[in-house]
Every structure is written in C-alpha cells, then in structure tokens.
Write a protein that binds this ligand. Structure first.
Ligand code: SPD
Length: 425
C-alpha cells in the first residue's frame, strides 16, 4: 500500500429530490453501501434539516462514509474514506448512485497519508494501557463496534466482537454476531431473532404453555424456527410422537448449527422431521386435523414471513388442527408493532371465536421494547389457565430445570397490562 487510506470525493447530480430528503432511507442506503463494500459498521448518525436536506455519517471500522444533500438541486456530496485494503469504496460509490437515482456522478480519488511522507513515532500502546489500567478494567477501548436494529423511531444496540456468519440467502441476510453481553446472536435482515443468553424465554414460552394445556399432544408442527430452539423445547415432552418443522431457509439452519449449538442441539433428534420448504405450502398440503399443536415461530412480518400473517394462512392452520388442537404464534410487541399486534388478534378471533383466543407476554431484552407477545388459540376451547395441568407443569419445569417457564408464570403470563388488554378487547 502506497498510502494509509483512500478518499473518494463524490458528486451526485440530478438525483431524486424525494430520495435526497428521506433521512431514514439515506441512512439505510449509506449503511448498505458500507456493508456491501466489505466494511464493518461501528455506528451512524443522520439528521434531517428544516425545511429540507440531510447530513449524516456512517463510522466504519475502516474509517467513514459521510453525506450532505441539497434535495432542491437534486445534488448530494459524499465522502467515502477507507483505510486498509479490505474495503472497496467504489462499490459504495456505485450503490449510492443507484440508490439516489443520480442522473450522473463524478468522483475524485485521493490517497491519504502517503507512506513515503510518513515516519513512525514512538507510541507504545501496551505501556500506556499498563500504566492506566485499574481493577475496574482496561480504560483504553480497543473495540467499540455495535450492531443496531433500528426502525425510524427506536433502535436497540448490542456491542459485538465481529460477525461469525454473514450470508445473503435466497430469502434474507442471515448473520451471526458475537455479542459481548448476550453471546452469539442470530439476525435476519438486521432484526434480532435469538441470542444465546436470552433465547430460553422465547422458546420455553412458545412451547410449554400449549404443551402443558393440551390434554394429550402427539403431533406438533413448527413453521419457521430454523434455529432449533422451539424444537428443542418441544422434544423435552416424551408424549410427543413426532415434531415436524418446516423452515424455508436452509442458511438459518446452517448458521445455527455452526454458531448456536445450544439452541440447535435437537436438530438431529430422531423424533424431529426437519423439512426445508415453504411453510405456507406445507400447511396448504397437510391433511385435515393432522396436528395437535401448530407453532408459528416466524420472523417479523416483513420479507419471507409476510405470508405467515394472512387470514388465508391461519384458516388453513385451523383446518389441519385436530379437534382439541392448539395454535400458538409469536405475535410481536404490543408497544412497538401495535398495528400488527391488533390485527393478529382480530384475525385469529375471526377464525377461532372471540373466547378461544388469548394473549400472553414474556420479557425478552433483545427484542424491540423488551415486551413480547404470543397468541394462544384453541380449536376445542381448551382454556390456557382453567385447563392446564398445574401439578404436571410444576414437575416438568423442575425436572427440566427450566429458566423462565414455571407453573406460576404459566398463569401470570396471561395477566395483561391495561393498555395491552384495551388494544385487543
Ligand atoms: N423481532 C423478533 C421476532 C422474532 C421472532 N422469532 C424468533 C425466532 C426464534 N426461534
């Protein structure tokens, strides 16, 4: 390398004014341009000016990408600065040109920090660290890289030591991050799906509530759930003769087997029939009354999971449930996804009847707002509290040393805060 860094100074002309005034989209495009160029995102901050214009910067481990836009002229000025040779800033240049629908663009590349002009200084970071370190730890941060799940109003960040897996599958971006607080974490299209440290809350609650309410469940179907956590919990129940799991994306299974071994631990279980296919198609083709329990362990209702949030799909699930059958689905955050949350309960009540559908909650720190909901719908009317076997539940939780679910929580989870109750009543 003849220089420390490459600095591309970019002009985009004749862009779409609307795009250049959309701060949320510009941030997404800049982050995407950095990732596609091979950069590691550290953080980003963007600002919309009144009445128009956007400024922002994406800090990457290899330096930064910065932008300022003048929508009224359809013009954006962009700096792409990268150090080392792992990131190709010209990939970002091309992607941003397309993202902003630029009529034409121009760019000048400068070499920054000519090696011929640089002389190494005496800078001993190890001595500095030894001198400053205290019992509370190392005061000199060597790594400060954050994963952020964001929508336009809130964001959740987790500090991590890098990506262990990052693949664009046929359906979505599948990544595993090595987070500092929650262990390895699976994300799909930038949304947290599960982490090693808090996965048990979701997986115990989505399975044991219906399993300990149904009088005699023999066959269970899981739609989605490719990380394996739901299957692992179901297979603790000896009464089950078969668990069929239909996951659309084999990369989710691959990533989980490689990097989430404790969650994926039952994926080779002899009672598990793991099918890589479209769950909607599987349900449409399944025989009437062929499952005692159907669990929809889906992602959020964007991308490949969208079809799992439709009336047609749930009518089909109802059809394949046995007479006493129970359906449980993850039903999003009441606070964060209020619209979807309400629609879900309205839809299920239209199919199962007003009294047969119940909402319960669990507390999952790595999901938006931390408050997560599940729906419980029964075809035969089994009430999740009146009909659950409390003694069995107590013994089961003890025997399996469950970390979240227990007989008290089974009942308590259905006690809803007033604002949640009002949303669905
Ligand atoms: N926003 C997070 C929703 C995640 C729901 N599914 C998680 C899959 C875990 N098996």
């Amino acid at each position: 390398m003849a220089s420390l860094g490459r600095h591309i100074i970019v002009e985009y002309y004749d862009c779409s004014p609307e795009i250049l005034n959309d701060v949320v989209n510009i941030e997404k495009s800049m982050i995407n341009a950095a990732e596609e160029a091979g950069a590691t995102i550290i953080n980003s901050t963007f600002h919309h000016f009144s009445p128009y214009g956007v400024s922002g910067v994406v800090v990457i481990q290899e330096s930064h990408l910065a932008i300022h836009t003048w929508p009224e002229y359809g013009y954006a000025s962009v700096d792409l600065f990268t150090c080392g040779d792992t990131v190709n800033p010209w990939v970002s240049y091309q992607l941003l040109k397309e993202a902003f629908k630029a009529g034409h663009g121009s760019a000048v590349e400068l070499s920054r920090g000519e090696m011929a002009l640089l002389k190494r200084k005496n800078f001993d970071v190890k001595a500095l660290r030894d001198e400053k370190s205290t019992d509370e730890g190392d005061p000199i941060r060597t790594r400060d890289v954050w994963f952020t799940e964001r929508d336009d109003k809130i964001a959740l960040s987790l500090k991590h030591d890098g990506k262990l897996y990052d693949v664009q599958s046929d359906y979505q971006r599948v990544s595993v991050f090595n987070t500092q607080a929650y262990g390895n974490m699976l994300t799909l299209d930038g949304m947290v799906m599960t982490t090693e440290k808090d996965e048990y809350v979701y997986h115990e609650m989505i399975t044991h509530i219906p399993m300990l309410t149904h009088p005699n469940p023999k066959r269970a179907l899981v739609i989605g759930g490719g990380d394996g956590g739901t299957a692992r919990e179901l297979l603790r129940h000896d009464s089950l003769e078969e668990v069929v799991m239909v996951e659309i994306d084999d990369k989710v299974i691959e990533a989980s087997k490689m990097h989430l071994p404790t969650i994926a631990s039952a994926l080779e279980h002899p009672k598990l029939n793991l099918i890589v296919d479209d769950g909607i198609k599987y349900v449409n083709d399944a025989a009437d009354e062929s499952f005692d329990l159907v669990i929809v362990d889906s992602t959020d209702p964007v991308g490949p999971a969208e079809g799992l949030f439709t009336v047609d799909f749930y009518k089909e699930v109802y059809r394949i449930l046995s007479k006493d059958g129970i359906m449980v689905t993850q039903s999003e955050s009441p606070r964060f996804n209020s619209k979807v949350f309400k629609e879900i309960f309205q839809t299920y009540r239209g199919i199962y009847g007003q009294e047969q559908v119940h909402c319960y909650l669990a507390y999952i720190p790595t999901y938006p707002t931390g408050m997560w909901s599940f729906s419980y719908s029964s075809k035969g009317g089994a009430h999740p509290i009146a009909n659950f076997d409390e003694a069995k539940s107590k013994a089961f939780a003890k025997e399996h040393r469950l970390k979240y679910y227990n007989e008290d929580l089974h009942k308590a989870a259905f006690a809803l805060p007033s604002f949640v109750r009002d949303m669905i009543s």
